[in-house]
Design a binder for this molecule. Structure first.
Ligand code: PLP
Length: 458
């Protein structure tokens, strides 16, 4: 029946609702000033549509809430752990699975073991916590996405691909210093763009040639698999789970934040085939996260993730998910708002540098736009640009490759009319772009400054 019609609907109906608090523009201007113009410092109740992140902010299903009731809180060997382990291995059949409270805990453990001063870790684009965890050990994090991945307007089906020539050259020079090659699927910091199966295979071949392991930062594995299915020859009819398993088959391990595609509000894991590495990682896990059959998680969290993993590869869900992101992107594009094209999986990225050419990168055009969207429409977004990436490990500051504002879409949370409101508000702010002004940072921490920095308007 439904295949006769073009409209792609939310493949669920609403079972319980959360109220949204309406605020006035005056109230929002006051709130953001009090927050030091940092959107992370706002109270969530003062936000109308929260597109800060898709991480842990999605709606769980009826079946996930039901699974939570099966949570077994035994310290060791809980049945919830075994259900989690089975669900993870169904998609990612690595020998060792180490649960963690979220993705960055997996990163911290892994890089504490394998990274150090003098080591270099390439990725298509490191996410901020990945880069920070590498740099914290003294190691060097290098981004080697294909050139198209740095060009907001260039259309390419797999803009998250690794630049194989650049990776090959790095490995030819320094393979002995590279403890692991990472590939982030989809490439969050580069616009949520997918990586093709051919590219994953290509990275694998280079890793084999130089004897270096390959790990996936697989937070958005299901969205990446859906793009492969839509855009890469030979995959259109394959079950999503098979595409995911093939992606995993080229890797030696992975880090995961279960707050993304696994459809949970918290959780993550580190997985690998290497027995010696796993032993070292488990020892660190026990030190800070917990016993290896729960990591930093409650049994009920393990249950929610296990059920979420089954729902994440449902084609009806992924069709709606990817289409709703495209819907927002297409409307903004039609309205003349410069965005990264094509749309990413989990977010639409507005090109603030292009929209606000009168604000130089070191006056943070992305921050300016993000503040304006909140003041005008109560929409919370996040700057992904010079605020996030501009501070170098040596203390100097330089413009990031791009100054973007990310509108991240929580999974199964907002409806099409919420998105229509976002389209109207962003379009209205963009129409007055020339009136926006830059910011300076008045206070910042040594790492991950975007979370807690305070700003003042210029
Ligand atoms: C690509 C990528 N890697 C790692 C992380 C870190 O995960 P977590 O927030 O669970 O620590 C994120 C979170 O946004 C991410 O997008």
């Amino acid at each position: 029946m439904t295949e006769r019609f073009r409209t792609i609907i939310e493949p669920f109906r609403i079972h319980s609702v959360e109220p949204l608090r309406m605020t006035t523009a005056d109230e929002r201007r006051r709130k953001i000033r009090e927050a030091g113009y940092n959107l992370f410092a706002l109270r969530a109740e003062d936000v109308l549509i929260d597109l800060l992140t898709d991480s842990g902010t999605g709606a769980m299903s009826r079946d996930q809430w039901a699974a939570i009731q099966h949570g077994d809180e035994s310290y060791a060997g809980s049945p919830s752990w075994f259900r989690f382990l089975e669900a993870v291995r169904e998609l990612f059949p690595f020998r060792h699975v180490i649960p963690t409270h979220q993705g960055r805990a997996a990163e911290r453990i892994l890089f504490s073991v394998i990274a150090a001063s003098g080591k270099v870790i390439p990725n298509n684009t490191h996410f901020d916590t990945t880069r920070a965890n590498i740099e914290f050990t003294g190691g060097e994090a290098v981004d080697l996405v294909i050139p198209e991945g740095r060009e907001p307007r260039t259309i390419h089906p797999f803009k998250g691909n690794m630049d194989l020539d650049a990776l090959g050259a790095l490995l030819a020079r320094r393979a002995a210093d590279v403890p692991v090659v990472f590939l982030t699927v989809t490439n969050n910091s580069g616009g949520g763009q997918p990586v093709s199966m051919a590219n994953i295979r290509g990275v694998r071949a280079l890793c084999d040639r130089h004897g270096v392991p390959l790990f996936l930062d697989a937070c958005r594995f299901a969205e990446n698999a859906w793009f492969i299915r839509m855009r890469e020859a030979g995959y259109a009819d394959k079950p999503v789970a098979d595409v995911v398993r093939e992606m995993a088959s080229y890797a030696d391990g992975m880090t995961m934040s279960a707050k993304k595609d696994p459809l949970a509000n918290i959780g993550g894991w580190l997985a690998m085939n290497d027995d010696v590495l796993a032993e070292k990682c488990r020892n660190l896990l026990i030190l800070t996260e917990g016993f290896p059959t729960y990591g930093g998680l409650a049994g009920r969290d393990l249950e929610a993730i296990a059920q979420g993993l089954k729902e994440a590869v449902d084609p009806d869900y992924l069709r709606y998910r990817i289409r709703s992101t495209e819907y927002l992107a297409e409307a903004l594009d039609r309205a003349g708002v410069p965005i990264v094209k094509p749309a990413g999986g989990h977010a639409v990225y507005v090109d603030a540098r292009e929209l606000l050419p009168h604000i130089p990168p070191l006056s943070y055009p992305g921050q300016s736009l993000a503040v304006a969207l909140y003041e005008a429409g109560g929409i919370r977004s996040v700057e992904i640009g010079t605020v996030m990436f501009g501070r170098r490990a040596d203390g100097s500051e330089a413009p990031a490759a791009l100054d973007l504002v990310r509108l991240a879409i929580p999974r199964r949370t907002y409806t099409q009319s919420h998105m229509d409101y976002v389209i109207e508000a962003v379009t209205a702010v963009a129409a007055h772009a020339s009136e926006l002004y830059g910011y300076r940072i008045v206070d910042e921490p040594p790492q991950l400054r975007h979370f807690t920095a305070r700003f003042a308007p210029l």
